[in-house]
Unconditional design. Structure first.
Length: 340
């Protein structure tokens, strides 16, 4: 059963000109019609390059930014229709781990105050009970109880991320949106944080929406993966299926860049290089949004006809006109895009 259902979600930021009237002359389509389902107790990984709308989607799910259109349903409740007070109450069950732990933690508060504040705000606990809960959370995320009297700048990046995770756990949420939870950390510390997230999921039955650009991290932690490009979902599939049989040209290019630990296989395989920059979300290309950079693009349909996200295998959807032909080898990538 899905804990989180998103249908047709759009988040457009207006572009305004003029000093007095500030008339709207366009919009940045950060998220432009996304559907996704996150099953209870599982992890949904959301990947894509910088600027594709991943973070905006995660924030919109929690209504940290207001959706322009579409629906967000959390455990049967239409989040997009709730009042501010109703949303505040529901946020006890929906929390976020932010990308930069230092900027998301108040430098003027010690760690104990950071962890106690949500308990007081929501009337869960105060005084000694709240402080006890803070110490318990520090222990859960692998930090000593003495950490409570220290300030965020006194910790390493990995320790600060653990504090951010502890804060997200304070109110016993059902859903945690983790925005690039390990991108700013050293590789050895990344493994520790990812393992911690998995252990906490098993212990507390958490549901995760993990936003990342590191495909190796997402594969390790996610049951289902969605690939975003320029505000749209272009492919979605179970993790193992997506890595074994990527079907969208964008996903194929991303996967070709993931290192393989076998040197012989790594030397033999071909890499696909994407040319050009990511188009502006204020003026996305016509037809398929990826056609301006696609090594498999065809002279028909790609430029004029927008592909819909369609099922090509059980639980595997893709938004590409030629997915079957590419998979069968009938359409080859342009030779200029292939690097041996």
């Amino acid at each position: 059963m899905s804990l989180l259902e998103v249908r047709g979600l759009k988040v457009h930021f207006p572009i305004r000109r003029g000093i007095i009237l500030e008339r709207q002359v366009g919009a940045v389509r950060a998220v432009d019609g996304v559907d996704l389902d996150v099953e209870r107790g599982t992890t949904f990984g959301l990947v894509g390059e910088s600027g594709c709308g991943k973070t905006t989607l995660g924030r919109a799910v929690l209504r940290l930014v207001e959706p322009t259109a579409g629906s967000i349903t959390f455990d049967g409740v239409d989040v997009s229709s709730l009042s501010a007070e109703e949303m505040r109450k529901l946020r006890r069950r929906m929390q976020m781990v932010f990308q930069d732990p230092l900027s998301s933690l108040d430098p003027r508060q010690d760690v104990e105050s950071i962890l106690v504040e949500p308990l007081r705000t929501h009337g869960v606990a105060t005084g000694a009970a709240a402080r006890k809960r803070a110490r318990e959370l520090l222990d859960v995320v692998g930090l000593p109880a003495s950490s409570g009297g220290r300030y965020p700048h006194e910790f390493s990046g990995g320790q600060r991320q653990r504090i951010g995770i502890a804060r997200a756990l304070t109110l016993n949420p059902d859903l945690i949106v983790a925005d690039e939870p390990v991108s700013a950390l050293d590789v050895s510390i990344q493994a520790q944080v990812v393992n911690l997230l998995e252990e906490l999921q098993k212990e507390f039955g958490l549901t995760y929406l993990v936003i990342a650009h590191d495909l190796a991290v997402v594969r390790h932690i996610s049951e289902t993966i969605g690939v975003m490009y320029l505000g749209r979902m272009v492919e979605q599939a179970p993790s193992d299926d997506l890595y074994a049989k990527p079907r969208h040209p964008y996903t194929i290019a991303l996967m070709s860049a993931v290192p393989i630990p076998d040197p012989e296989v790594e030397d033999r395989r071909e890499r696909i290089l994407l040319t050009g920059d990511l188009p502006s979300p204020a003026n996305p290309p016509s037809g398929c949004r990826f056609h301006t950079r696609c090594p498999f693009r065809q002279p028909t349909r790609c430029h004029d006809e927008e592909p819909v996200l369609r099922v090509i295998e059980p639980a595997h959807t893709v938004a590409c006109h030629w997915a079957e032909q590419i998979a069968a080898g009938e359409i080859k990538p342009a030779s200029s895009a292939v690097v041996s």
